[in-house]
Every structure is written in C-alpha cells, then in structure tokens.
Ligand binder design. Structure first.
Ligand code: NAD
Length: 440
C-alpha cells in the first residue's frame, strides 16, 4: 500500500523498458562512434603507442543502475542511470549529470571521453567522466525529481567522492539537483561534503560565477574567434540552438557585447528575427510557457531551419549530433562556436572545413563550465571563497590563452582547431599515462 494515498502501489507502469545498450530511436549518429573517430584521427597524427591507444579507446569504469522511484500518484517507476569514468590518468574524474530521455550508454561514454580531453586541454588536474538518467525531467514534479536524484546519488556512492569523481550539472539538471545530490551524499557520510559536486547553490559552497561560466567561456571563445577571423564582434548576427543554461547565457553575454541575437530555439522549436530578438521579452516568455515556441517577437522556425539561418555565428548549445553530413553543406554561419558537447559529426566537420567555416570545438569553447567547477572544488576543499571578479578574471585568462594555444598548434600543424585541440589534449593524457606506468 502507498503510505500517502492508501492505494495499492502499482508496479512499473511506465516507461516500457528499452534495451539500454541500443540507441534511442531518434539518434542518427552514435556519439561514441563520433568520439572514437575523433580520437583515432588525433592518435594517428601523433603516432600514439598502441598500448596507450588501447587504454584510451575504452572507458576505465562503467556503472549502470536500475532503480525504483515512488511517483506522486503512488505508482513506482524503474529508471536506468549510468556513470562512466573515462580516464583517471590526470586525477579524479569530473563531468556532468544529464537527465534526459536521450541518455544511453554510448552517449555517456562519448561525453566522458570528451571530458577527459577538455580537462587536459585546460590544464585541470582531472580525468573525464559523465553520467545520466534516462528520464524526462519536464514531466516530473519537484518531489519526483528530488526522489529520483536522491536515489541515483545513493546508487552512485561506490563510484563518486570529492577525491574520486565529482559530478556537475548538465542537460536537464541544475543547482537544485546538485544540492539534493550533495545533501544525500553528506547524509550518508554523516557530515557536509560540499566538494562532492560542483554547480551547487552559493549557500552550500557553490562558486560565484559558476552559473554563467560555460556561457561566459563560449562568449569569450566567440570574441577571440572573431578577432582571429577579422569579423567585427559588435553588430555580428548570432543564432543559438538551445535556450538552457549554456544557450541563454551565451545569448545574453554576446548581446551585452553588441551582437544581435537573430535566432534561438529549444527542444520544441525556435524563433527568428533578422533585426534581433528582444532577449528580455523572450526570457519572460520562456519563464511563463517553458518554451521558446510561440514567442511573438519573431517568426517560428524548426530546429532544422534554425541551424541553416544566415548569420555570422552559429552557437549549437543543445545536444550532440546536430550538424551532420545531412545539413553541413547548407550551414551559412561564418563561425561555429560549440557550446554543446559533440554537436558536429566528423563527416560534417570535413564538409565545414572544405567550405572554410571556422569551428571552435566543444572541448575548447565550452570549457568555461569545468574551469569554474574546478575553482568551486578548490574553494570547497580550502573552505576559502573568491569574489566573482576574481573568478571571471581567471576564467577569461584561461579561455583567451586556451584559444591562442590551440590556434597556434592549428597553424603550425596545418590542421583544424578541433584536431589541434585533440592533439594537445591527447598528448597530455598520454604523457601522464606513460609516466605513471602500468600498475602493478
Ligand atoms: P539545459 O538543460 O540547461 O538546456 C538544454 C537546452 O537544449 C534546452 O533549451 C533544451 O530545450 C534544448 N534541447 C534539448 N534537446 C534538444 C533538441 N533535440 N533540439 C534542440 N534543442 C534541444 O542544458 P545545458 O546545461 O545548457 O547544456 C547544453 C549543452 O551544453 C549540452 O551539450 C551540455 O553537455 C553542454 N555543456 C553544458 C555545460 C554546463 O555547465 N551546463 C558545460 C559544458 C557543456
């Protein structure tokens, strides 16, 4: 019986179990295949030792859990979650937790590998990880979301810890989810452990500047790319796919630099106004309706149409596999700055490169989030907190230097920024693996 409703609890009425090794039906490009192709292309260029390649082609640890959650109506649903630790060569692992219907094991593997390269590229003392639960958080009540988060945090306890693996927010999760996660972990330990997650609210050890950090980093990467390509930044026309944490912040910060935001979208569709969208009005509309669709200040467009709109900057800031061999020839942007992880497939990369479209890759462009997560972790471990001005100044320096370093490798090795970023990152991780040696 359900203690709250007095009704019998029904068993697992939803959703129908999917083979979690299989791709969700709407996934065309397997992200793990994408990540492996990118890695192998970089490994071939630096003639990586076969043993090192063998190690890095596989995640170190994978953990899949199936766990029940009591719903508000008294029924029980069983959810599937994953946590994948790709590499611990450079330190404890770091990576987001995603709550989305599209979460599946190969997506989590790919996102974990990309985190390894991103942390290495930014000189952070972390390996890469990622996790997620296949669920639709938009259909869950706050109490259901809290129970799901607390149960998943409990299931993950053997894998995580402030010196082991430190989650953060990603698609479908936010500071509140991190607070529940931190509280659950702390209850089991018997004392507060703020450093077990980052992206927390400020009141429990979060960092100033973390909420906007990824979008701020994307804006800085875009500004640096504009300078390198001779594109005037003020007045540039920008299209952003995804209007969540990364997309909405990037749009606001680029607008603050004088760019015009001509198009934005979310999972339900987008709006386009070549004269520039009124972002304050759009934010109010999204707060009221929970979607971009229906905003009266622009013309309705689909996500597919949005990606092909005329613009100077295209910022994919939603999910992976959006710019593919199917639409790359029709992209009109001069510069693509990847706020999302893995938005461009390797086949699309080749087409964009041939067309002279400049791509600032994910592991460089969206590193601002993990950089400030690192600052948050350091502050939590030291119990000593910095000002937002200090955080933003350090973040800006790291982003500007990162773009310059990758651009210089791209120029000297005559490769794209993506390949250059991967070369730097893979070399760094390989060096750590070789110097540590094989245990025992
Ligand atoms: P979020 O949940 O806050 O926002 C995601 C946005 O994408 C929402 O507007 C959602 O409606 C939209 N979206 C989802 N599926 C879509 C689809 N199929 N087509 C179009 N739009 C879709 O998530 P976020 O934290 O902003 O993350 C966005 C991307 O940025 C992800 O790829 C994530 O891995 C990456 N990223 C996030 C951070 C971070 O700090 N949050 C850091 C680095 C990279």
């Amino acid at each position: 019986m359900d203690s709250r409703t007095g009704q019998p609890r029904s068993a697992a009425p939803t959703p129908s179990p999917r083979d979690e090794a299989a791709a969700p039906p709407f996934v065309h490009d397997d992200p793990w295949e994408m990540a492996l192709r990118q890695f192998r292309a970089a490994a071939d260029r630096i003639t990586l030792a076969p043993a090192v390649r063998d190690v890095l082609e596989r995640p170190e640890r994978e953990f899949t859990v199936h766990f029940p959650v009591a719903m508000d109506d008294g029924s029980i649903r069983v959810y599937t979650g994953h946590r994948v630790l790709h590499s611990t060569a450079l330190g404890p692992t770091k990576g987001g937790l995603r709550f989305s219907p599209q979460v599946w094991i190969n997506e989590v593997r790919a996102l974990g590998m990309w985190m390894t390269w991103k942390c290495a590229l930014a000189h952070l003392p972390y390996g890469g990880a990622k996790g997620g639960v296949a669920c639709d958080p938009g259909t869950l009540s706050a109490h259901e979301l809290e129970r799901l988060t607390r149960r998943f945090a409990t299931e993950l306890r053997p894998m995580i810890g402030a010196r082991v693996d430190i989650p953060a927010p990603d698609v479908g999760t936010n500071a509140q989810v991190m607070a529940w996660f931190m509280d659950t972990y702390s209850m089991h330990e018997g004392y507060s452990v703020p450093s077990v997650v980052t992206g927390k609210p400020l009141s429990i050890g979060g960092s100033a500047g973390r909420q906007d950090a990824t979008g701020r980093g994307v804006m800085i990467a875009a500004r640096e790319a504009a300078r390198m390509r001779g594109v005037p930044f003020a007045g540039a026309r920008v299209v952003v796919q995804g209007f969540g944490n990364v997309g909405a912040t990037t749009a606001a910060l680029m607008a603050a630099e004088g760019c015009g935001i001509a198009g934005v979208s979310d999972a339900f569709g987008g709006v386009y106004n070549p004269g520039g969208l009124d972002l304050d009005a759009l934010r109010r509309h999204v707060a009221a309706t929970r979607r971009v669709e229906g905003f009266p200040g622009g013309e309705a467009v689909t996500n597919a149409e949005l990606l092909e709109l005329p613009c100077d900057f295209l910022v994919p800031a939603a999910i992976e596999g959006q710019i593919t061999a199917r639409n790359a020839a029709r992209i009109k942007a001069q510069i693509i700055v990847e706020g999302a992880n893995g938005p461009t497939t390797p086949d699309a990369d080749a087409i964009l490169e041939e067309r002279g479209i400049f791509v600032v890759p994910d592991i460089l462009a969206n590193a601002g989030g993990v950089v400030v997560s690192y600052f948050e972790w350091v502050q939590d471990l030291q119990a000593y907190f910095w000002s937002e001005a200090e955080i933003n100044a350090h973040l800006t320096r790291i982003m500007v230097e990162g773009v310059a370093r990758v651009a210089s490798v791209a120029a000297s090795e005559r490769v794209s920024l993506r390949t250059a970023a991967l070369l730097v990152a893979v070399r760094r991780v390989a060096a750590a693996l070789e110097e540590r040696g094989i245990y025992p």
